[in-house]
Design a protein around this ligand. Sequence first.
Ligand code: MG
Length: 161
Amino acid sequence: MKYRTGIGYDVHRLATGRPLVLGGVIIPHEQGLLGHSDADVVLHAIGDALLGAAGLGDLGELFPNTDPAYRDADSRALLREICRRVEAAGWRPVSVDTMIVAEAPRLADWKPAMRRSVAQVLGLPAEAVSIKAGTNEGLDAIGRGEAIGCWASVLITRAGG
Ligand code: MG
């Protein structure tokens, strides 16, 4: 098989005293995401999608949140390590689509920067990366502004294919 797809999802709680990092971009906001690493839900969802496509397990298996090595880790480094493993397994990413679900802040102005950032980490042209964002219409924890979530899907192909 020449192509495979994968999906990923992540959610983190919002808390004061943390920077908000989405897609490797620091976004001005009064709260940031709480987590063992920098809690970048966008890069975590993409990472899980890549691992899924390549059949390499999930993010939690690779980077346990009990491991002090990943405390406050830059998720761009984690995603680069995932790319190395995907490539070692004979695959390379072709395209990525994401859907961020956040009640606040408004992310429209930040989509181009997130797109460039994600493309750079994955070694893809910006056109191959899609960053979408919406709200949860006030419903549930994300809708109450207590958390931000992100869905991702990726397409990978055989390296050299
Ligand atoms: Mg996460």
